[in-house]
Ligand binder design. Structure first.
Ligand SMILES: NC(=O)c1ccc[n+]([C@@H]2O[C@H](COP(=O)([O-])OP(=O)(O)OC[C@H]3O[C@@H](n4cnc5c(N)ncnc54)[C@H](O)[C@@H]3O)[C@@H](O)[C@H]2O)c1
Length: 314
């Protein structure tokens, strides 16, 4: 698979263009709005410059030339082996688009969606080629955050899952496979648990939003950039994970009981409270600027992680 069609050229479509382009793949990017493609061209060039300045682009110096912009969906799909859809997170948009993708893409092309949480079964069921459809969910921005969650529908062909997994490895991503569809996939389920716990504490006045961010930024988040929660607890008791769970399991169990009533995520008073606390620290007009700053920090972290690549061995 070396020809990639990207459908939807917003934030995620642009980031995928960088991932595939720098790995040597021919990319055709299409967006329903031509103005988006103009902006995409500028953004992709700027992010590639940032990556190059941090030494993260040795093999992808001509990535910019490999990303082409298609005027029509048909032009993007022509001879594509792999299609990555990144259009708005609405099931009716995905359903209509996947019908077109299934009709016009080459018969053996894989059709993958970037959806953050809509299972592939809810927009591919009626398609003749539904066995070639699946979710390949990235984390923003995928050119420095390599996790890709591959989640098949019940009818996805296992060879399609294998080929998508192999493609993601080939372009330098870190794919994981889900064995069945589950809301929010893996990463957003864990992120949801954390954000939910944080919102409850702010709602109840235990701490402010900034205290939560300090607890992660200067506390438990530091190790999460190079190890997961299971390895973390495996190292936090002398006898490893079983010892940890026996020592601290009751504490977590008590917290779970406390959280038994679902949080109301649409509580406007709570939304206003966290919005007020965040805007006091970062004014709305500077959100975009801060996102660029975040991407550069992530690039520096990726460069550091590459230099310090697993030197432990086992
Ligand atoms: N933003 C994130 O952090 C993030 C992370 C992972 C996955 N995702 C998922 O990626 C997808 C895209 O998200 P985004 O943040 O890039 O959104 P976005 O709004 O930045 O981009 C969506 C683009 O799709 C285009 N579009 C709409 N209908 C189209 C069509 N029929 N054909 C072609 N283009 C069309 C729009 O013009 C727009 O440019 C969503 O499913 C989202 O859940 C987003």
């Amino acid at each position: 698979m070396d020809r990639i069609a990207l459908v939807g050229g917003g934030l995620i479509g642009q980031a995928w263009a960088i991932v595939f382009g720098r790995a040597g793949y021919e990319v055709r990017l299409f967006d329903a709005d031509p103005a988006v493609l103009e902006q995409a061209r500028r953004n992709i060039a700027a992010r590639l410059d940032d990556l190059a300045s941090l030494g993260l682009l040795e093999d992808g110096a001509d990535a910019l030339d490999r990303v082409r912009y298609a005027a029509t969906l048909g032009e993007a799909l022509a001879s594509a082996d792999y299609v990555q859809e990144s259009t708005p997170e609405r099931v009716e948009v995905k359903r209509a688009l996947f019908e077109e993708l299934d009709r016009f893409a080459a018969p053996d092309a894989i059709l993958a969606s970037s959806t953050s949480g809509i299972p592939a079964s809810s927009f591919t069921e009626g398609l003749a080629g539904r066995q070639r459809c699946l979710v390949a969910h990235p984390i923003n921005p995928p050119f420095v955050t390599p996790l890709v969650e591959i989640c098949p529908a019940p009818w996805t062909d296992s060879a399609v899952v294998d080929r998508t997994h192999a493609l993601m490895l080939a372009v330098g991503q870190a794919p994981i496979r889900l064995r069945r569809e589950i809301q929010g996939f893996v990463a957003n389920r864990m992120q949801g648990a954390l954000i939910g716990a944080a919102l409850r504490m702010v709602k109840d006045g235990v701490v402010d939003a900034e205290d939560i961010d300090v607890a992660i930024r200067h506390g438990i988040g530091l190790r999460w950039s190079f190890m997961g929660p299971f390895e973390t607890i495996d190292l936090n008791a002398p006898g490893g994970i079983a010892d940890y769970l026996r020592r601290y399991g009751q504490l977590y169990q008590a917290i779970e009981h406390e959280l038994a009533t679902p949080l109301d995520w649409s509580d406007e008073a709570l939304i206003a409270k966290v919005e007020g606390q965040r805007r006091a620290r970062l004014r709305a007009p500077r959100l975009g600027e801060r996102s660029v700053w975040r991407d550069r920090r992530l690039m520096a972290l990726a460069a550091h992680k590459r230099r310090a690549a697993d030197d432990f061995g086992e």
